[in-house]
Design a binder for this molecule. Structure first.
Ligand code: G16
Length: 530
């Protein structure tokens, strides 16, 4: 078949380094950029098959998000803008790891298993972040797509690509599949929402954003004119000088629990950080004593779910609302949501694909990872069936400002800003909803992180033998303590999380659990801060 000859020819230009093994992890393939050329080409091939199979547009995003600049990565986006299924993640791993001579065999095997009609047309949207390696790597993806109607969007945030794939496959019902269409839909909804706020001062209308020296900063500049009258954004770390994700960005701020470098902050001022591909956001401020206060994904989920719950009451719609979290959720947030707010709380494995799935079981599912990655999924609902016109309109605009396909820093920011303005709430009042339990995250490098296997949404380790027992006895030493370990799906490390009544206890517990991992799981190196 001519198509296979073409694959053979082009794949020799993107050869696989013999013996190299990559795993489709939490958010696709991630590694040092120099190991990824063949993976990009082959992900392009697989995206084409997935498109033929689903008879829909598929997305391929080239990014390593929060990882260092030298890394890169690639992930597939399914027709409704969600992550690709676990089965196709498996195919991706098989295809990317096939030695050069076996590539066609593995490819044909997938075609046969999935009964892919090779004469069906394919359509693949490709996007990339601002990493310098993204230029050639996204070209490798396009080579893999074999120019079968691929659409190269160039520089976009990850959530923008998810959004456009969904728009394309819903024939525009979700919106127009362009970046401009994305700004128009979200910003118009935001402007409508903000009309419900009274007496907004200039200070309240101002927000400082740390763009992590990545794509988010670039896109914020593009969006600025759409919201200017209602939100003045000062962008720091906009990529003009600093390095991507280096001492800045949402991951740095969350893990180090301190402000990014390169940001001018006055006491009490509301600030936020995006990550490298703008799918995560965290808020923060420093108080008059210079103390740093972080409002992470858990606080964001609390703010949004409270607002939505109140709105549903006003609209008079009886919809089931839930909050989905992971093991990293601060214990105080879970207690507040369950005991005070009385909402259903679910816990899933790390990775927005798992949270998204769980959220879809409810009419309204607010899902956020503590690291600030999340959004809201809303079942087909028509607010206008309610007789309460104003509240119905408010709900409709809220739905429109949300990018339901995946966590999106820009969309989350607009929603949060609108909620704070409507509720007349300062960042300090939002922060005071509950007090976080002090916590600490560490990383441990082990010879092979796959020796750690977990259960119960990653809250307990089932292997290696003795590890969970060791964690249990360490946790008993501290008040209000909890700790778990899990292998990362985006970096070659084991992550350790601990929380306790005091920062000293959380730090000590995290350190002791790290040593237990080091001892029982073949440790090579421990680092202090995640
Ligand atoms: C990705 C995933 C997130 C996950 C994070 C860390 O984030 O999309 O859901 O929380 O990796 O995952 P892990 O602990 O397995 O390394 P991003 O922002 O890098 O795409």
């Amino acid at each position: 078949m001519a198509q296979f000859q073409e694959v053979s020819k082009l794949s020799s230009q993107h050869p696989k380094p013999p013996g190299l093994v990559l795993q489709y992890g939490t958010a696709g393939f991630r590694s040092n950029a120099k190991h990824l050329d063949h993976a990009m080409f082959r992900t392009g091939l697989l995206a084409t098959l997935r498109s033929k199979k689903t008879k829909a547009t598929i997305g391929v995003m080239v990014t390593a998000s929060h990882n260092p600049e030298e890394d890169n990565g690639v992930k597939l986006i399914d027709p409704m803008g969600n992550m690709v299924t676990a089965e196709w993640e498996g195919y991706a791993t098989q295809l990317v790891n096939a030695e050069q001579d076996d590539l066609l065999i593995v490819l044909k095997d997938i075609i046969e298993k999935e009964t892919v009609n090779m004469s069906q047309e394919a359509n693949v949207f490709v996007g990339k972040d601002t990493r310098s390696s993204s230029v050639s790597l996204s070209q490798a993806v396009l080579d893999g797509v074999l120019a079968l109607s691929g659409h190269n969007y160039g520089l976009v945030t990850t959530p923008q690509l998810h959004y456009m794939v969904c728009c394309q496959n819903t024939q525009g019902k979700y919106g127009e599949p362009t970046v401009e269409g994305y700004y128009r839909k979200l910003c118009q909804a935001f402007i409508q929402l903000i009309k419900n706020a009274s007496n907004c001062t200039d200070d309240q209308k101002h927000l400082s954003v740390d763009g992590a020296n990545g794509i988010g900063a670039l896109k914020l500049h593009e969006m600025e004119s759409h919201v200017k009258s209602e939100l003045q954004i000062s962008v720091f770390n906009d990529g003009s000088k600093g390095k991507l994700n280096y001492e800045c960005g949402a991951d740095f701020v969350k893990m180090q629990q301190k402000p990014p470098t390169g940001m001018e902050m006055s006491p009490g001022e509301r600030c936020c950080s995006y990550d490298g591909d703008a799918d995560r956001i965290v808020y923060y401020y420093t108080d008059s004593e210079g103390q740093f206060h972080l409002l992470d994904g858990d606080k964001i989920a609390t703010l949004i779910s409270t607002f939505l719950k109140e709105l549903l009451t006003q609209v008079g719609l009886d919809l089931k609302i839930a909050v989905v979290q992971t093991a990293y959720a601060n214990g105080s947030s879970t207690r507040y949501l369950e005991d005070t707010m009385k909402v259903i709380v679910r816990c899933t494995k790390t990775g927005v694909k798992h949270l998204h799935h769980a959220a879809q079981e409810f009419d309204i599912g607010v899902y956020f990872e503590a690291n600030g990655h999340g959004t809201v999924s809303i079942s087909e609902t028509d607010p206008h069936s309610s007789k309460r016109k104003r509240a119905a309109q408010l709900l409709q605009n809220t739905i429109n400002v949300i990018n339901q396909t995946v966590g999106d820093a820009i969309s989350d920011m607009l929603l949060i800003e609108a909620i704070l303005a409507i509720k007349g709430m300062t960042v300090q009042q939002w922060d005071a909803i509950y007090t976080d339990l002090p916590n600490r995250q560490l990383k441990v490098k082990v010879a092979d992180r796959r020796v750690i296997d977990t259960t119960d949404a990653e809250r307990r380790a089932v292997s290696p033998a003795g590890l969970q027992e060791a964690i249990d006895s360490l946790v008993k030493k501290y008040k209000l303590a909890r700790s778990f370990v899990r292998p990362s799906g985006t970096e070659d490390v084991v992550r350790v999380y601990a929380e306790a009544e005091t920062q000293e206890s959380a730090d000590a517990l995290a350190h002791e659990v790290s040593l237990a991992v080091y001892r029982l799981a073949g440790g090579i190196q421990t680092t202090h801060v995640s």
